[in-house]
Design a protein around this ligand. Structure first.
Ligand SMILES: Cc1cc2nc3c(=O)[nH]c(=O)nc-3n(C[C@H](O)[C@H](O)[C@H](O)COP(=O)(O)OP(=O)(O)OC[C@H]3O[C@@H](n4cnc5c(N)ncnc54)[C@H](O)[C@@H]3O)c2cc1C
Length: 689
């Protein structure tokens, strides 16, 4: 039965955080339904089979603490849906021993680590008789299993006698325990000062679970910790309490040694910080400043066996990874080395190369972006760009390369590169990428090797959905010539199978083999047509992503426009010179207006010579090469930015708008020609080359 109350189940601190983060109305409706003043039957059964429970409370000086209470299964009993009795062992030396008085409030968190189930309640102690705690339930609600690492508890008697160490600073042993922890519990408290005094929402202590990868809690000094706040249940019980009473009690458990580190101190919420940019999954940060604590060694008669991280933990970061992300950002434009760790034949023409950067980490790229890769082939430096087919959440880079007959780089990769070889690369870049959690459904259309960005996008959308618990609706159409050339068939179908209907893959094969089975090996024979799109896309607003040969892209673009899709909703990437003719002037406007000059004098300042250029000489890249210079280049289509150089004097015309980023004083050689002077003067360009 749901509590029928017009009083909010949230106190003003919680409401303030919900308001600030835009979830206030949603949470009020939700809270009214799921936060009860009694325990549902299944919560009562859950508590009664637990071997331990966490309790949060406030000591007589107003400091919150979290405590670990345990006993044989059944040590918690519930006579009715409003009461619990705990015949619990309290760890020797735990501050709770001094705070067991009637009317004190406890926050309780029942958590079953193997199944990741947990339920919370707040209660008042009504009596303590013969060491049995009698509790009256005030609020009760269930919590989702995210960020809980699975562990099995095994009884264990440690040979050493329990020790209690009172602390006001962390020593090295404690810092090590905190730094390797993937789990801790946090107690907080709300003391009512407002008009809602004595309503359920206004009372009591709370205790809550925090999980992450080892290293998610940073030890800043011997009294300060910094902790990321991940997406949660949007109740904001802990942050709401912090807003009103900025104090916390933390408890870290040494799951291998049976130690408990119990701390209390002040907290500070950090709503905005540059550090958030580098820490995967962190929505906010908070800092804990130690007031005092107890380190209780060899006090638990258990050991725990680790079984696995929760899927939500897997997509979060750590402070070490955040430092790597920061360093990567700083070295974004320099060449890095990576080792080829795995090679997979994806189809008759395509091989995937798994790459591990020697510097360690994978940068936080966007699904759809490309790597610029460099290798020395037959004594000459060659640079090419390859879209990543891995997702930003994967622990490797993966490029998937089509073997072009007589193609220099693709032949080198296919025929010479072996596991263990080293390639050079620049960090991912590119403007063709997807936001995994946009509300608009996405339609990904790929032909041939144009499938690579779409594989990355599909992987990322699915992995990000684990974190956000909402998956972007995605339809992917993969066009291929025949089954032999069909890449990523099993991988994409497996992703679709895991997506709970949110990702749909349609295989379109123009020339299937005689023994290919429709409905099994492919869905549609022929090409992607307007009729096909109309048949599979319910009427809605979509974002379209196109990648493939230029004819395919133009045709998909024209079909989409004819179906009423707005130009700005169509994103396209070409693996060569962009040739898509867009229909709307807003894109035409982007092309820099100055027309090309007929003739110009180009000075190459580093090489110290001048040459006369005329329009037939082509782009500045072609002109420089024709005069014996070897500027770096990659895509030769304004996408990778490898050929940009500083322009000391003059102005350029872009025959094709570069999509890579470049500064005002830079020129992207592969798309540029000297611009006509407005006064019809002699045109002069001075390039740092
Ligand atoms: C943004 C971007 C992303 C990309 N992503 C991918 C990707 O994910 N996967 C992928 O496979 N490619 C991708 N490419 C293309 C890739 O960068 C290379 O262009 C491609 O691999 C061909 O390079 P190559 O050195 O093998 O061919 P090149 O030596 O550069 O030759 C280019 C073409 O000319 C032909 N050719 C060369 N010499 C001769 C000759 N003597 N006679 C006849 N024909 C000849 C080759 O067959 C080839 O088709 C991407 C390109 C861009 C711009």
């Amino acid at each position: 039965m749901t509590a029928k109350t017009s009083v909010s189940p949230f106190h003003h601190g919680e409401r303030q955080v919900q308001e600030k983060l835009g979830v206030r109305d949603k949470m009020e409706n939700f809270g009214q339904r799921v936060i009860r003043d009694h325990m549902p039957q299944q919560h009562r059964e859950f508590y009664q089979q637990l071997p331990f429970i966490l309790a949060g409370f406030i000591d007589d000086q107003g400091w919150p603490w979290a405590s670990f209470l345990y006993g044989d299964r059944g040590f918690i009993q519930s006579q009715n849906d409003k009461s619990l009795q705990l015949d619990a062992n309290i760890v020797p030396g735990d501050p709770l021993h001094d705070s067991l008085t009637s009317e004190r409030h406890l926050g309780l968190l029942g958590i079953d680590l193997p199944s990741r189930r947990r339920n919370r309640l707040s209660a008042a102690i009504t009596d303590v008789k013969n060491d049995i705690l009698h509790l009256d339930v005030i609020q009760s609600f269930g919590n989702c299993p995210q960020y809980i690492q699975s562990r099995q508890m095994i009884p264990h008697q440690y040979k050493k006698a329990p020790e209690k160490i009172e602390i006001t600073t962390f020593n090295q042993e404690m810092q090590k325990l905190i730094s390797k922890s993937d789990t801790f519990f946090v107690a907080s408290h709300y003391q009512s000062n407002d008009a809602q005094k004595n309503t359920p929402a206004s009372m009591g202590a709370d205790v809550s679970h925090r999980g992450g990868k080892p290293g998610f809690v940073r030890v800043d000094s011997n009294t300060t910790l910094t902790i990321p706040d991940y997406l949660g249940n949007f109740h904001f019980n802990t942050l709401g309490n912090f807003l009103v009473n900025p104090k916390a009690g933390l408890i870290f458990i040494d799951f291998d040694k049976g130690h408990i580190l119990s701390l209390t101190g002040r907290v500070e919420i950090i709503w905005e910080s540059d550090e958030l940019e580098y820490f995967d999954g962190a929505e906010r940060l908070w800092q804990f400043h130690l007031e005092k604590g107890v380190y209780l060694k060899y006090v638990l008669p258990f050991k725990w066996q680790f079984e696995g991280y929760s899927a939500t933990t897997e997509v979060t970061g750590s402070w070490a990874q955040s430092d790597i992300n920061k360093q990567i950002e700083q070295h974004k434009n320099s060449w890095q080395k990576c080792v080829v760790t795995k090679i997979v034949q994806e189809s008759v023409l395509v091989k995937s190369f798994y790459l591990q950067p020697q510097s360690g980490g994978i940068s936080r790229f966007k699904a759809g972006q490309f790597l610029t890769v460099k290798a020395n082939i037959n004594g000459k430096q060659q640079i090419r760009t390859y879209t990543l087919s891995s997702s930003p959440n994967d622990e490797f880079y993966r490029i998937s390369v089509k073997h072009e007959s007589q193609g220099v780089f693709s032949s080198f990769l296919h025929q010479q590169i072996q596991i263990g070889d080293v390639l050079e690369f620049k960090f991912p870049a590119g403007e063709f990428y997807i936001e995994p959690n946009s509300k608009l459904p996405a339609v990904l259309m790929a032909a041939g090797i144009g499938i690579t960005p779409m594989v990355s996008m599909a992987r990322h959308i699915l992995q990000d959905a684990v974190r956000t618990r909402a998956m972007r609706q995605t339809i992917m159409l993969c066009a291929t010539h025949n089954l032999e050339q069909r890449s990523f068939f099993n991988e994409l179908n497996a992703l679709a199978a895991q997506s709970d209907g949110h990702l749909r893959i349609i295989w379109v094969v123009s020339n299937p083999e005689a023994d290919a089975i429709e409905g099994e090996d492919y869905h549609v024979k022929g090409r992607i047509s307007g009729e096909l799109l109309q048949a599979i896309l319910p009427i809605d607003d979509y974002e379209f992503y196109l990648c493939g040969p230029s004819g395919f892209m133009q045709s998909m673009y024209d079909i989409s426009i004819a179906l009423g899709v707005s130009d700005k909703r169509i994103m396209a990437e070409a693996f060569g010179p962009a040739s898509l003719q867009r229909q709307l002037p807003e894109y035409v406007d982007k092309i820099i207006a100055a027309p090309a000059a007929e003739e110009a004098i180009i000075e190459f300042s580093n090489s110290q010579f001048e040459q006369a250029w005329s329009k037939e000489d082509g782009t500045l890249l072609e002109f420089a090469e024709a005069h014996g210079l070897s500027p770096e280049y990659g895509c030769r289509s304004g996408q990778c930015g490898s050929c940009k150089v500083n322009m000391i004097e003059g102005d350029v015309h872009y025959s094709q708008t570069p999509t890579c980023s470049y500064d005002n004083n830079q020129v992207v050689l592969c798309c540029a020609m000297p611009a006509k002077s407005s006064q019809d003067n002699e045109v002069k360009l001075r390039l740092e080359l």
